[in-house]
Each structure stands twice: as structure tokens, then as C-alpha cells.
Design a protein around this ligand. Sequence first.
Ligand code: PRX
Length: 652
Amino acid sequence: MSDETQLEARLEEQDRFDPPESFVEQANVSDEAIYEEFENNWPEAWERAAELLNWETDWDQVLNDDDEPFYEWFVDGELNATENCVDRHLDERGDEAAIEWVGELGETRTYTYEELHREINEFAAALREQGVEEDDVVTLYMPMVPELPIAMLACARIGAPHSVVFAGFSADALAERMNAAESETLVTCDGYYRRGDALDHLSKAREGLADVDGDVTTIVVDRLGDDAPTDVDDEHVYGDLVADHEGATVEPVTRDAEDMLFLMYTSGTTGKPKGVKHTTGGYLSYAAWTSHAVLDIKPEDTYWCSADIGWITGHSYIVYGPLALGTTTVMYEGTPDYPEKDRLWEIVEEYEVTQLYTAPTAIRAFMKWGPEYPEAHDLSSLRLLGTVGEPINPRAWKWYYKHIGDEECPVVDTWWQTETGGMMITTLPALGTMKPGSAGPPLPGVSADVVDASGDPVEAGRAGYLVVNKPWPGMLRTLYNNDERFIEEYWQEYSIPERDQWVYCPEDGAKIDDDGYITVLGRVDDVLNVSGHRLGTMEIESAIVGVEGVAEAAVVGGDHEMKGEAVYAYVITEDGQAETESFREEIIAAVEDAIGPIARPEAVVFTPELPKTRSGKIMRRLLEDIANGDEIGNTSTLRNPEVVDDIQQKIE
Ligand code: PRX
């Protein structure tokens, strides 16, 4: 056997990995006692997180649980998020890089803390001049350009919560989110590059604005220069506004710990996205603490999270967490395979990246492309690897560990959600034995369990529902303007209010091992996870039934080698509507218009009927089995079992 084959065979068999000694020696958190400290001194132990920040006024109380589940953290504390992410680093790190930006065409920009501070101040002054006041929600519909984090931090400086809408979302999705947040200010961009082509973003933003109620002030970043497909005319130009306020300074506004820092819309079981509200004190403490304890970030690092800032991962772990700790955060505009499949490794080598945090979908793509791409680069600067967003299978985990980390870097598989604000379940990189495929134990101070349908803990190894039993500082505080839905969505299933037992329900399936390690299996509600992106089946269905000629639709997730899950749409047409290829394309286009290309169905299957129970409920599980080519489960409860054969034949 060659050395290489021997190594593969060993890795194949090994199901536990201890943190490398070299990592442990230098880790931010390397004392196992931390678990006990949190356990014995809860919730006060969470002060450790808050103490990573600068507070203008100290908190009086760590946790207020008088009005459960509307918890408050670091009560009466006061601070400003931008002051914490930028100003306080100026003395020691003013000339160091805060953001290293790499554009898709290869151009680069470095913002030192000093430069970042200057532009944030100038843009904050411009926003004020445009009439933005404290507590006004500013919508940011922007791709991965440095002006996005700058705009976020400018908003935070003046106490205006931001609502970032992922640039890949459609015009309709933008309008829906702006209306829901009653947002009257939009910062957007003329376009961006994808695989070398200039994409028009501004036309999409304008199309969305046509459906927004109220007068909106629009500010456009010029990313494309002469390549821009659409001229900026009746909007304000970001660059002009910043130039008009050259040298301006704006005092950071003092915010209460519980004041809203931002809103983030995410998919749920109903057709309407949920406006998750995060706060200034609790969220920022949590983002900073987890960046410190799990990602092991130190100021002198060059840390890279390859997510998009349009999702929560980018908020917490490209912007707020890393900048709160005063490190250098890398931002990449483009795709990992443009111009070549080694783009990420080229960046790691060039910038001497120390930590890489990415998604299993990306790792599966790297595996498929082959180890020769990372092997062509010196990746020895890497010290830690992380994954997030979806379950990672052990084979992909081991590939990442070996081919990217050279068996020298711990891998943290971090489970969390938009709602949790930051990581919840993962090994601490210097402390926990890693078990590929299992995220690990809950973080110190986080209490999670796996229960059955009646809320009782399940035996080790059995599948059940993941629950979180205690509040944590980074938790969402409510759904914007909708306290009722907040309770219904997250707290109704297992809480017993009469006994004051409040249990947060993330809607994930999981199992727990004897040693307390949790393996997250995937969503148990009607939410899909496509390439780590969260999509609601109801949102997709309502886009499809909006197409003239469609009578009914059901959307499910089918297994997909690269994306994890893919969208399968089963459609019943109205009488007289031909089931043609062009009609199929019309349906696909409607989904892209309503949500965006990420929700594009993998298959649209025309069917005369949907499998339904006698009470008229669609049996989605059967549709999933069909999509996956799995053996079909029990059909005896169906009103129309014959339809299963029909659909199966269509999909073959
Ligand atoms: O199903 C879980 C999955 O992603 C969902 C949360 O999606 P979102 O709010 O968009 O946030 C993604 C980034 C934090 C969860 O309910 N998920 C996230 N991380 C993992 C995961 N599933 C398995 N393992 C993970 N590490």
C-alpha cells in the first residue's frame, strides 16, 4: 500500500480526532473548567461575553426573565456597536487592516481601521442628512462590496437598525421586506460581477421599489463604473454623498443593550418571511464571544468567512464578531471557481489566512473538483477550519480536515440559526474531541437537548427534536411587530408556561450520543436548506400557484449531491392548460421572480393529483420519497394511492 492509500484508509476508519497540540497551546479558550464555570454560575457567567466589549454604562442585571419568553440581557447597559467594532481599536490597530476585500475580477481594496472609521463617519453623516433618524430601519440590498459593512456600521453608529436583503433575492422579495419593516431608506448598488460578467442590480432594486409603500430615499453604490448596464440618475450616488461629507465625524449614538441593532428576514413555515430582531448588547456580546472562543480569533489574525453578508453568518462572522475583536476580516465578492477552481486557495495563500469558515456545500464542490487545486497552494497559514449551515457528512469533513487543514487544524462544525444570532452547538476547538458528522456538545452556558413529541428527552442515539432549554444573550428578542407569532413559532411546542418552563424550539431534528454530542439531522418543518440557504416551501408554492394555469402545487426538498437539498415542485395544471416545456419554464421564472435564482426548482413535475390523506392533507413525505427515488413509505392512509405510481413514472 502506498503512503497515500494508507493514510486514506486510516482516515476512513477514524471517527474521533483530538485537537492538534500546536493549536491547543495557543488557543483563546483551553481550560476545560469553562463548562463548569458556566454551569455553576449561570447566568452571571455570561458577563464574560459582555466584558469583551466597551460599555458606556454597565448593566445592572445580567438576565431579566420576568416576562418570559421576552428575555432581556445586560439590563440597562449602554453601548454603541460601531464604537465597539471600530473606534475602540483605533489607538492600537488604526493602521492595521480591518477589511481585506477581493473583487471577482482580481482587484483588491484594503481598509485599515482608520480608513474604515473615516468612511463610516462620512456615510453616517450622509444618512443623517438624508433624514435617517435613530430607530428608522434602513434596508441594504447589496452584494459583497465593502460599502455593505460600511453602511451597516454607519447605521449602527446613528442607532438606525439595518435590514440587509441578500442581493440574490428578487425585486418582489425586496419589496416585501421593505414593506414589512416600513423602511424608507434603501442603500443599493448598480451591479456586481459574476464569472466576469457585470450584473445589473439596480434595475432589480428599482423594480422592487415600485411596489414599496411610502417615499423611499435611495442611495446607489457605483461598483461597476463604465461597465454599469443601468445609469444612476434619480437616485443619490453613494460616492458623491461620502465626498460631500469628507472628514465629517458623527458621535456614536448611545444605545440601550436591548435596542435593536438589526432585523433579518428569514423563511419559516408560512408564506411570509419572519423579521428576526437582534439587539445591540446581547447579540454583539454573543458574536464577539463565539468568535473568540470558537473561531479563536485574535487581533493579529487574518480571518476569512466565505459566506455572504446577506445571511446571518456574514453578519455575525464577517462583520460584527471579527471587527468587535479588532482582527482583519477578508471579504470575497465572487464565486469559488472563477476564474479557476483554486480561487479560494489562491486567496488563502496570498493573504496568509489563519481561519477559514465555510459551508458544507462548498466543501462538497471542492471534493468533486479534486485535491490538486488546494495542493497547488501553500495553505500552511491556516490554523482552524469551520463549517456552518447544513449537516456535513463524515466524508466531506475528513476531506476538509486532510486536504485543507493538513490534519493540523481543528474543524468546528457549528450549529446555529438566524434566530440564535451566533453559534450554539459545536466543540470548542482546543477542548473537544471532534467526531465527524456530529456538531458536538452545546457551548458552555447553552443548554440543549433532544426530545420526543411530548417533550421528554429521547434515549441516546434515537432521533428527536432539538430544543434549547435556557435563554442565551444572542437570541432573537421577537419577530418584528409580531410578538404573537414569535411565541407561536418558537415557544409553543414544548413550553409549559404555568410551570415557567420555557423551551425554544428551533425546528430541527437531531440525535444525541451518550457523551452529549449532538448530530443535527435537518429541518422538521417546511423549510428547505438548499446549499446552506434557507427557503420556505410555502413561499415557493405561493409563487407557483400565482402562475395562470396552475391549479395546485406542492414543493418538497429532494436530496442533492452538491446542494444538500434541491427544490422539487409538483404541479397540477388547470383544465385546458397544456403541460409543455414552455409552461414549465414559466413556472421556474415565477419562482425566480418571487424569491430569486437560489429557489429555482430542480424539477417541475406535472401531475394530475397530489397524494392526499383522507382529511385532505398533502403527504409531503411521499413526495420526498419520490424525489429521492427512495422506497415509498406507507400509502394506506392515502385517499388516492394510485397517484403515487403516476408521479413516479413522470419523474423517471
Ligand atoms: O437546519 C439547521 C441548519 O440551518 C438552519 C438555520 O438556517 P439559517 O437560519 O439560514 O442559518 C444558517 C447559518 C447559521 C438550522 O435550523 N444548520 C445550520 N448549521 C448547521 C445546520 N445543520 C446541521 N449542522 C450545522 N452545523
